[in-house]
Write a protein of this length. Structure first.
Length: 776
């Protein structure tokens, strides 16, 4: 509450005084209720030393009415305000009934009983004067506001001041003259604050409302003149009978109070009614305004020449309540700077007698509104300006949208100009470039003025009809992507990806194009496709099976050739399960392979290469040469997938086994043979020989030794040609034996004649590899 009071004071809000007075009423009631009665602090029960304490029900009534006045200025809490005032009316009314009929309805003991009650008072019950005052205040607050209600509150306020004088002079107050003890001093002060807050909130409206006319004319001009005299007479008779002891109760005193207040209200009404006659013509005119403008859909208000409100329609009452406005000026309901704007416009309209229109800003209950406002004058029969008609349309939402749009466009402009991507704005109808950012100018090689004078067909090799169909806004409901070739200023052609989206700027639909140069990507993709095709050809030509394994999982993949190597159809194997491999591999070989894989993952091996055995479907072992490497890693560099190939090397392994067996047999033969046995490569250099040959001719090759030595060193020069021809015959006829007689040097410097048999050895492809010779 204190924060709200501070804000109202700073803004100069007209509700500040009302809120302040109601805050004081709430504070007094809470001090009495909580401090005085709940915490049993004797001083706080009266607040003023040596004065009568305030009853619990009295403090509760003050709390309800204080909160009602505080909440009524906000339209969101007006229902709660009305509810609180209704409870106060009910509680005070029931208290009056208790006094009138000397009955205890049990409401005095709801919240507690005053243990310090005087002998002639009821424990816990507010005095009759207090209850009656609350009843009139709450009733007046809930009635339609008029001169009558304002007069009632004003009269009640005046009747409280004698009580203050009575306390000041130690004499009975005005209430004492009616047969009661004076109302308590704290209660009197609280009543003055409460009534003042209501009067300040609802200023004098004038006799120009149907509700006040109806209540005044029908009630006080017909019923009151009859009831009031009879009531006074009955009150006097009851008073006499009561003092004679013939009846009990205080009904006559209540009636005296009621009728005295009613007579004073009647006098106030008749004074107002007489004053109102001079305003009948204006009221008739305003009734016409109400009928004419009540359903226009806009806020319509009638103000006098000084800017005070005389009438406002239902639309206007959505922003302010009727009782808040009537009789008040713009400065009373708006912060000064906004009120001053309107006041200057009204002054200009009144002085010049013309109509003004425009957008005007206003602050209502701390919220900013925008109104399209029209001000015009109404003249009386003498041609003088009598009133000003204010018509206003709430355009706050439109203004907010415009503000958001400006902000959005500013953000777009900053994003467009500073973006490193190539961005272009184009007219969808003509295809002309309207704007281009710095990145676009740099990419195409033109300056900004040149780019914005060009059309899309000047840089695109796409057919102009296709371009026009792509650029139509109705064809681009969302983002659209397409690939095109764009021509740069230097004539170079680039493959680009266009992303086109519609965008509204200054109320016009334009196309925003974001261009991405994908030339290098296309080239890389083409190279990759070529490599993949080449690899596929190589794999197919090499009859290799392919495999992949996702590291750390049991997921794997194989092709048909992989399955064929081990004698299966691909459908027969469990696809996607690495155990398919593990179950077929030889346990010893698989152990070696697993170690190789782990070393490769740790980075110790660049690639994987191993020969392993795998069980064929028929049960025999198939030799497979495995190649592989890591082909995929995650963002942190950890391996994700290994891929490679399987090559069936069973035939090669069989040939190797035969060769090993042949080598063993040859070695055994050479070791036991007494004749000369040797082999040379296709260049004629020794690769192996037996002991007899080394013993007989080894001296010719010292000190380097026989291995790798040229075989013609052990042959006389005149037989070199004969040896060459014999070797040529061997090469042309692999597997066939040719004999030749050769002279060789002896240790005793003589010549030793030998007889040799030559045969050409080949590999698995029948290619010559060595010449094997045996001599005697």
């Amino acid at each position: 509450m204190l924060k709200e009071l501070k804000n109202l004071l700073r803004e100069g809000n007209p509700h500040f005084v009302s809120k302040l007075l109601s805050f004081l009423v709430i504070t007094i009631s809470l001090l009495v209720l909580v401090g005085g009665w709940a915490l049993d602090i004797a001083f706080l029960r009266s607040l003023i030393p040596n004065t009568t304490t305030m009853k619990i029900n009295t403090a509760l009534l003050f709390l309800m009415m204080g909160l009602a006045v505080w909440l009524q200025t906000d339209k969101k809490t007006r229902r709660l305000s009305t509810l609180l005032a209704s409870f106060a009316l009910l509680l005070s009314g029931l208290t009056l009934l208790e006094y009138a009929f000397s009955r205890d309805l049990g409401i005095d003991q709801l919240f507690g009983i005053d243990p310090y009650t005087l002998a002639n008072a009821f424990p816990g019950r507010p005095s009759m004067v207090t209850a009656l005052t609350f009843f009139l205040i709450a009733g007046t607050y809930l009635l339609p506001y008029s001169y009558l209600s304002w007069g009632t509150l004003f009269l009640l306020n005046l009747l409280l001041y004698p009580a203050l004088l009575g306390y000041a002079s130690h004499n009975l107050s005005f209430y004492g003259l009616l047969g009661y003890e004076s109302i308590s001093l704290p209660t009197t002060v609280a009543f003055i604050f409460l009534i003042g807050s209501i009067i300040v909130t609802h200023p004098v409206p004038g006799m120009n409302t149907k509700s006040s006319d109806l209540l005044g004319s029908r009630v006080f001009r017909t019923i009151a003149p009859t009831i009031i005299p009879l009531g006074l007479f009955w009150g006097w008779i009851s008073h006499v009978l009561h003092h004679q002891g013939w009846i009990e109760g205080n009904l006559e005193n209540i009636l005296l109070n009621v009728f005295m207040v009613a007579n004073a209200m009647l006098v106030i009404y008749w004074i107002a009614f007489v004053l109102n006659k001079t305003d009948l013509e204006l009221r008739a005119l305003e009734d016409n305004y109400t009928k004419l403008l009540g359903n226009t859909g806009s806020l319509v208000a009638v103000l006098d020449k000084d800017g005070r409100f005389k009438h406002i329609n239902e639309v206007g009452q959505q922003y302010w309540s009727y009782r808040q406005l009537i009789g008040r000026s713009l400065f009373d309901i708006l912060p000064r700077k906004y009120a001053q704007n309107y006041y200057e416009l009204i002054k200009e309209v009144v002085e010049q007698g013309k109509t003004l229109s425009g957008d005007v800003e206003a602050s209502i209950d701390g919220r900013i509104f925008w109104f399209y406002t029209n001000l015009s004058v109404v003249k009386n029969k003498d041609g003088e300006v009598d009133s000003v008609v204010l018509s206003a349309w709430d355009i706050t939402e439109r203004k907010q949208m415009e503000s958001n749009l400006k902000t959005s466009e500013a953000h777009f402009r900053a994003m467009f100009e500073e973006n490193t991507s190539v961005m272009i704005l184009a007219d969808p109808k003509s295809g002309r470039f309207l704007d281009a950012n710095a990145a676009a100018c740099q990419f195409y090689g033109y300056d900004h003025d040149t780019v914005t004078s060009m059309y899309i067909d000047q840089i695109s090799d796409t057919d102009i009809r296709d371009i026009q169909s792509q650029l139509q806004p109705d064809a681009i409901k969302e983002n659209q992507f397409y690939i095109a070739k764009h021509r740069l200023a230097n004539g170079e052609i680039r493959t680009v990806e266009n992303r086109i989206s519609p965008i509204e700027i200054d109320g016009e639909i334009l196309l925003l194009g974001v261009v991405v140069d994908i030339s290098q990507r296309i080239k890389a993709e083409n190279r990759l496709l070529e490599q993949e095709r080449d690899l596929a050809l190589i794999v197919d030509g090499s009859q290799a099976g392919t495999w992949s394994w996702w590291v750390g999982t049991e997921r794997s993949a194989f092709n048909e050739r992989w399955a064929e190597i081990v004698g299966y159809e691909l459908e027969e194997l469990t696809q996607g399960d690495v155990n398919t491999w593990v179950n077929l591999a030889h346990p010893e070989d698989q152990k070696v392979w697993d170690e190789q894989v782990q070393r490769h993952i740790r980075g110790e091996l660049d690639t994987l290469e191993e020969e392993i055995r795998m069980r064929h479907k028929d049960g025999h072992w198939v030799w497979v040469q495995v190649h592989g490497k890591i082909v995929e890693r995650d963002k942190d560099g950890a391996p994700l997938r290994l891929s490679g190939i399987h090559l069936d090397i069973s035939d090669r392994k069989a040939a190797e086994e035969k060769l090993v067996a042949s080598e063993k047999k040859l070695k055994s033969l050479m070791e036991t043979e007494t004749h000369f046995v040797l082999r040379t490569d296709m260049e004629g250099r020794y690769t192996c020989w037996n002991a007899p040959f080394e013993e007989e001719f080894g001296w010719l090759f010292e000190p380097e030794g026989i291995r790798g030595a040229y075989s013609l060193q052990a042959i006389k020069a005149y037989h070199h040609e004969k040896v060459h021809k014999t070797v040529e015959k061997c090469v042309l006829n692999p597997g066939k034996v040719f004999q030749v007689e050769i002279d060789m040097p002896a240790k005793d410097e003589n010549t030793r004649t030998t007889l040799w048999e030559f045969i050409c050895l080949t590999d698995e492809n029948d290619q010559p590899t060595e010449i094997q010779s045996m001599g005697v």
